[in-house]
Design a protein around this ligand. Structure first.
Ligand code: ADP
Ligand code: MG
Length: 256
């Protein structure tokens, strides 16, 4: 399939911090409707991989192609950097990210958070953005909290708000970095439910997660990282049901 028909292609990504290699040749292809789960021990490079995809980190080598648009890099004083910051803005709008921590802007109401980028990046009218935002808040179960500030919301509500904010850009791919791992256990289910619904609707997603039930039930592909390399990857029934790597077996533990 030609790259321009694929929402996200990443090829042979490398990233080092201070000469410490952290990603050593990672690739993935997220086709329309795919849910790709990235699993692996803490420090294996999951967040860095995701952050490279939407250019919060700049990879030292490798290609990122979003629906056929290749990210352009240049090298200045030995450092690779984006060649076109307008392109970076465009790519970030097409791949929106939900982080582990609660990243709503504290000085804005929930709905203010959701309409911010559609108004300022996409140039939508406030009226149109608010209507769309209300529909999204409805979907994540927060219509009655639109005028609350983040500090007045629970962690789970903030994460669902962050998902609504990401959806407001109508992204081609949603990137999630352990969106439930900072939540109190009783709040995790509501957030996972929203993510399952997005997957069922055919949203293309790349999800870093420790929620193995979610990864097994929802993913089209699971990638297990170890020290910045793919140790094992495949369909969830194979990765969970019949892992070949000893390390992956250890990682999954006796439940699988
Ligand atoms: P994971 O998300 O799988 O826990 P990370 O991608 O956060 O892993 O980190 C992978 C490795 O890269 C770790 O050894 C971490 O210390 C290192 N690392 C991540 N970000 C930075 C940074 N900004 N500067 C230096 N080292 C970093
Ligand atoms: Mg991480």
């Amino acid at each position: 399939m030609a790259d321009n028909a694929i929402p996200l292609v990443v090829r042979d990504l490398h990233k080092s911090f201070n000469d410490n290699p952290v990603l050593e040749g990672l690739s993935l292809e997220a086709h329309e409707g795919d849910v790709i789960s990235l699993i692996g021990a803490s420090g294996s490079g999951k967040s860095t991989f995701l952050r490279c995809m939407n250019l919060l980190e700049i990879p030292n080598a490798g290609d990122i192609v979003v629906h056929g648009e290749s990210v352009k890099f240049k090298t200045r004083r030995g450092e690779r950097e984006p060649a076109d910051w307008k392109q970076v803005e465009r790519i970030r709008a097409r791949l929106s990210m939900v982080f582990q921590g609660f990243n709503l802007w504290a000085h804005m109401t929930l709905i203010g958070n959701v309409i911010e980028a559609p108004v300022h990046v996409l140039g939508k009218s406030k009226k149109e953005a608010r209507e769309h935002a209300m529909a999204l808040l409805e979907r994540v179960g927060l219509a009655d909290r639109a005028d609350y500030f983040p500090a007045q919301l629970s962690g789970g509500q903030q994460q669902r708000g962050a998902i609504a904010r990401a959806l407001a850009m109508d992204p081609e791919v949603m990137l999630f970095d352990e969106p439930t791992s900072a939540l109190d256990p009783e709040l995790v289910g509501d957030v996972l439910k929203v993510m399952r619904e997005l997957a069922d609707e055919g949203r293309t997603m790349v999800v870093v997660t420790h929620e193995m039930d979610f990864a097994r039930d929802v993913s089209s592909q699971v990638i297990y990282l170890h020290q910045g390399r793919v140790e094992e990857a495949g369909k969830p029934e194979d990765v969970f049901g019949n892992p070949s790597s000893e390390r992956l077996k250890q990682f999954l533990g006796p439940r699988f």
